[in-house]
Design a binder for this molecule. Structure first.
Ligand code: ATP
Length: 548
């Protein structure tokens, strides 16, 4: 069995795109399982709704190599910065940022993985998706989108690789995978799998708003080899006419429509847990999604292609449809209230892909040759405007009434168990709250006791201080008393000494007076004066000592 053959067993997790990659996918899976009507919003992936635009430069062909030898390329690529520089001449260039920039050497695998794989994963999860290539004739749209890679599988383009992934991720016998292959030529839709059906009617389902191709052949696909055969038949029927620009130019838009219907059957308990249901019963609901892979006709201008007759007619219609696509993209990028989708069949077909509910990736293809500067420039501008278009992704689920009823039952049970769980949690929380309150009360009690002890200790401290002051006072009093007695004693001694000295001095004065009287009466008066002065001095001294 080939790697692309479908897996036999399906679980909800694999059904939601469990095979391929990325964390983003798990978010999408979760979404697809839990809420049928919910849109993939910016909350899940801030950039999810925007139309993703990548640019791919094809290698120069022989003609360009010989013709361009004297000119510099009109492009300079910086893939690591996702930047493309468009050079008008040596000194004038403009820079543009894209979601991806692929150089001439980028492989088909790399381009698929960056441009188409995220869309394919989305479609597997139940969303609609569109991958399309836009660019000047001969720049590699068909090569990128439709290469079958018969001789070399590394050359396989987006159509084949997308189907390989879808086949790997879906289950034969449970999911349904089918394709229609059409071309839009001269504003009529032709069935590439049944060439006599050349006017397929394009309508819109009034209920779902989905675009339908009434009467188009739908082929159920079982494996990749069968799909390659289908694609080959379609390619054989694709109308191609030669123009001056490209000997194998496609003059029509090729449209591959891939329908996926997935019947989500939950088989074991884990599956139900994955979808937020807690009962292991079998339930089913269908997810329908659609992938459009479009290889647009070349966007060259009529005057540049130099065509006439039938080919001029073709070019006019191609221009009409591509112009109306450009107008819709401009209107969407500018948030205009009216989007002119009814102007062409191409825009009616793509009404869901731009500004609708699908995930969309646009690859613009360009030539590096300076001689195609003006076409390259207008292609780059087209891509830049498309980058501004936002889509709102919506999951498309179908329910039969029984499965709806079961789902509601599961949801009710799930809600009841949630309420029970919450009640249990509430009781536990209340118990914990009570415990905390008890602890808090004990802590408060201890705090009060500690405060009381602190007050008592403060009181005791002040009593001790007062006592201390009293003791100090007593001690100072005692000291003062003993000091006073000492002073008094000393004074008495001094007084005694002074009175002794006074009486001695009085005696001496009397003796002196006598002696004076006897020997010199003239000096008697003076001696008497001296004696009196001396006595007065002693008395004063004695008084001072007494005061002290
Ligand atoms: N990246 C590439 N690597 C190698 N060869 C390429 C690449 N891109 C394009 N080519 C070659 O360039 C030629 C033109 O490519 P292709 O037919 O895919 O252009 P186109 O854009 O589809 O043109 P048209 O609008 O006419 O359909 C083909 O021979 C193709 O093999």
């Amino acid at each position: 069995m080939r790697s692309s053959q479908r897996s036999d067993r399906r679980t909800l997790s694999s059904a939601a795109g469990g095979g391929a990659s990325s964390g983003k996918k798990s978010a999408i899976s979760r979404l697809s399982m839990t809420d049928a009507t919910r849109a993939l919003t910016e909350e899940d992936d801030p950039d999810s709704g925007r139309v993703r635009v990548a640019v791919r430069v094809r290698p120069k062909n022989d003609e360009e190599i010989s013709h361009d030898s004297e000119f510099i390329d009109c492009l300079e690529l910086q893939p690591e910065l996702r930047r493309l520089k468009l050079k008008k001449n040596n000194w004038s260039s403009e820079s543009y940022i894209f979601d991806e920039v692929f150089t001439e050497s980028a492989s088909q695998k790399r381009v698929y993985e960056a441009v188409a794989k995220p869309v394919v994963e989305c479609v597997i999860s139940g969303y609609n998706g569109t991958v399309m290539a836009y660019g000047q004739t001969g720049t590699g749209k068909t090569y990128t989108i439709g290469s079958l890679g018969k001789d070399n599988s590394s050359e396989r383009g987006i159509m084949v690789r997308a189907l390989e992934d879808v086949l790997t991720e879906t289950s034969a016998g449970v999911d349904t995978l089918s394709v229609s292959y059409l071309q839009l030529y001269l504003e009529s839709i032709q069935d590439l799998l049944a060439p006599d059906k050349n006017n397929i009617v394009l309508t819109k389902d009034t209920k779902s708003g989905e675009v339908c191709l009434l009467g188009a052949t739908v082929v159920e696909i079982r494996d990749i080899d069968q799909f390659l055969e289908v694609l080959q038949i379609g390619e054989g029927n694709r109308h191609a006419a030669n123009t001056k620009m490209n000997a194998r130019s496609s003059r029509s838009h090729a449209i591959l429509v891939v329908h996926i219907q997935r019947s989500l059957k939950a088989k074991d308990e884990n599956d139900f847990l994955a979808v937020d249901m807690n009962k292991a019963e079998e339930s089913s609901h269908n997810i329908k999604s659609k992938l459009l892979i479009i290889d647009l006709a070349g966007s060259e201008r009529i005057d540049e292609s130099g065509v006439d007759g039938q080919m001029l007619e073709e070019a006019k219609f191609i221009n009409l449809s591509l112009n109306s696509l450009g107008k819709c993209i401009n209107a969407l990028a500018e948030n205009c209230p009216h989007i002119p989708t009814r102007d062409s069949k191409l825009t009616r077909l793509l009404s869901d892909s731009f500004g609708g509910t699908a995930r969309t990736s646009l690859l613009i293809t360009v030539s590096p040759s300076a001689s195609h500067y003006s076409q390259t420039s207008s292609t780059v501008m087209f891509g830049q405007r498309a980058m501004k278009v936002m889509n709102l992704l919506k999951l498309k689920e179908e329910h039969n009434s029984e499965s709806k009823y079961r789902k509601l039952e599961y949801q009710r049970d799930h809600l009841i168990s949630q309420v029970e769980r919450q009640d249990k949690d509430k009781v536990q929380l209340e118990r914990r709250l009570h415990e905390r309150e008890t602890i808090l009360a004990a802590v408060e009690r201890k705090l009060l006791e500690a405060e009381k002890k602190l007050t008592e200790a403060t009181k005791k401290t002040s009593a001790v201080s007062e006592k201390k002051v009293e003791v100090m006072k007593t001690l100072v009093g005692k000291e003062q008393k003993s000091l006073g007695a000492d002073v008094e004693k000393r004074l008495a001694e001094l007084l005694e000494l002074a009175s002794k000295k006074l009486s001695e001095a009085t005696k001496d004065i009397e003796l002196l007076a006598e002696w004076q009287n006897h020997h010199s009466p003239a000096s008697n008066g003076r001696a008497k004066f001296l004696a009196t002065w001396f006595a007065f001095t002693l008395i004063t001294l004695f008084s001072l000592l007494f005061i002290l």
